[in-house]
Ligand binder design. Structure first.
Ligand SMILES: *Cc1c(COP(=O)(O)O)cnc(C)c1O
Length: 459
């Protein structure tokens, strides 16, 4: 991959970032009760917590916002966005929402009854939560290869077609109001789904008469992976590949905070008129009138421009190249990562770096704190702090298989020298890894505890 090409943009507005000295970083993380979610932006040098809504907008996007039309109903901004969405995604109807989960909430409110099932490769956590909130059961049917962190497979986000068939025939079509797939598979390491797999999934859902919705947040990155890795797609543009993907589905939910390269926004799109009418009524109740859906007119314009930019080939080459570049630098200094790297993030196997820290003492979390102390870098723990839960019968903690630390890359925000710096800080941190100790949880909420947890280092 041509990741030696420089960034396809130059910088004309800068946001200063500052590395606090070691004493100040120590004081900050202590004040934060060793939870990186409690840090303030000015205490962070490089922020890899999330790629969601952290994107840098282009001059065209900012310029388009000046033309934002704040008319309550029938805004020009809405029609400009509608044209772009029609062109890329092709569905008959669309509704803007303030972000992805709002679209999920509306979709499941319309379709899912208590006790029903929604299969996918892996549901993202907000999708999972919104299905559960309707009393439904989210089901993950990704291929087994996805569970092997070192296995190199071009499309580790693929659905296991046999498992899908077995599942549908077991629970029955009546119990499955819709089927989904997430591209790229965020909860499964940002791994792409192949066109061949999408075709098989679509065919199966359609044969059973199950409406097929794509969670499309990173569809452009997925399209570019298809171009690079799937036979027959090398000469197709990301736009052509995207259209082919969406022609296989009956609708989508979308967080434009990802591949729409905006700071806020989302939408849903579908072909079914009855569903559209039902969703539109829900939208009016929860988000706003259908020509703004919880957003300002200017946000719709920024989204319209961002969706186009997110499909540009030079941009996508840079985007996937950046992740591949950082993966190379990390491998060079001996950091074990989930292979192959995805587009929006890298996942470091903290469990294998810190084998002396038990799962009860949060090895992934320990690594995130040390990276902050070493170089002011904020990353996200995706291990026993985020995912362990008490077994409902025995009360014993059930731990996830892997102790991961995620490095999410905001779009168009950091340069190659920032990436070199990240690798350098990793190298310095693991050089003293035997001295890194585990953590004790001193406060923990019942649900999603990692957001508000308080911890202290075990001396
Ligand atoms: C971010 C995300 C969502 C939810 O979108 P929000 O804009 O954060 O509400 C849903 N699915 C996937 C795969 C995501 O990455």
């Amino acid at each position: 991959m041509a990741h030696h090409l420089p960034e396809p943009f130059r910088i004309k507005m800068v946001e200063p970032i500052k590395l606090l000295n070691r004493d100040a970083r120590e004081a900050a993380i202590k004040r934060a009760n060793y939870n990186l979610f409690n840090l303030r932006a000015e205490e962070i040098f490089i922020d890899l917590l999330s790629d969601s809504g952290t994107n840098a907008m282009s001059q065209k996007q900012w310029a388009s916002m000046f033309e934002g039309d704040e008319t309550y109903a029938g805004s020009r901004s809405y029609f400009r966005l509608a044209e772009v969405i029609k062109d890329i995604f092709g569905f008959s109807y669309f509704l803007p929402t303030h972000q992805g989960r709002a679209a999920e909430n509306i979709l499941f409110t319309c379709l899912v009854q208590a006790g029903q099932y929604v299969p996918s490769n892996n549901h993202f956590d907000t999708t999972f939560g919104n299905i559960c909130a309707r009393g439904g059961h989210p089901v993950n049917l990704v291929i087994d290869e996805a569970h092997n962190p070192t296995l190199n497979h071009p499309f580790k986000g693929n659905m296991d077609i046999q498992k899908l068939y077995d599942f549908i025939t077991k629970v029955g079509v009546d119990q499955i109001p819709l089927g989904m797939i997430t591209v790229t598979n965020n909860a499964g390491g940002g791994q792409p789904v192949s066109m061949e797999n999408l075709r098989s999934v679509s065919k199966m859902y359609r044969e059973f008469g199950i409406p097929f919705f794509i969670d499309a947040c990173r569809y452009a990155e997925n399209a570019y992976f298809i171009k690079l890795r799937e036979p027959g797609y090398a000469d197709k543009s990301p736009l052509e590949i995207s259209r082919e993907m969406f022609a296989l589905a009956d609708g989508i939910t979308m967080s434009a905070k990802k591949d729409g390269i905006v700071n806020i926004g989302g939408f849903m799109a579908m072909n079914d008129e009855t569903l559209y009418e039902q969703a539109r009524n829900e939208l009016i109740l929860r988000e706003g009138f259908p020509t703004y859906g919880g957003l300002a007119g200017r946000d719709l314009d920024a989204m319209a421009v961002g969706l186009r930019e997110g499909l540009q080939e030079e941009y996508l080459r840079y985007r996937l190249g950046q992740t591949a570049y950082l993966a190379d630098r990390l491998r060079e200094v001996g950091i074990p990562i989930i292979e192959p790297p995805g587009a929006h993030a890298l996942y470091v196997n903290a469990g294998s770096l810190l084998p002396h820290i038990s799962k009860e003492q949060f090895p992934g979390h320990a690594l995130t704190v040390e990276l902050y102390l070493e170089g002011g870098i904020r990353t996200a723990e995706l291990g026993s702090l985020a995912f362990s839960y008490p077994d409902p019968e025995t009360g014993k903690m059930v731990h996830p298989k892997l102790e991961l630390v995620r490095l999410a890359l905001p779009r168009r925000v950091y340069t190659q020298s920032h990436l070199d710096y990240i690798a350098e800080i990793f190298s310095k941190t693991v050089a003293r890894r035997s001295e890194i100790s585990g953590y004790l949880l001193t406060y923990s909420a019942k649900l999603l505890r990692y957001f508000t947890a308080q911890l202290e280092p075990i001396k």
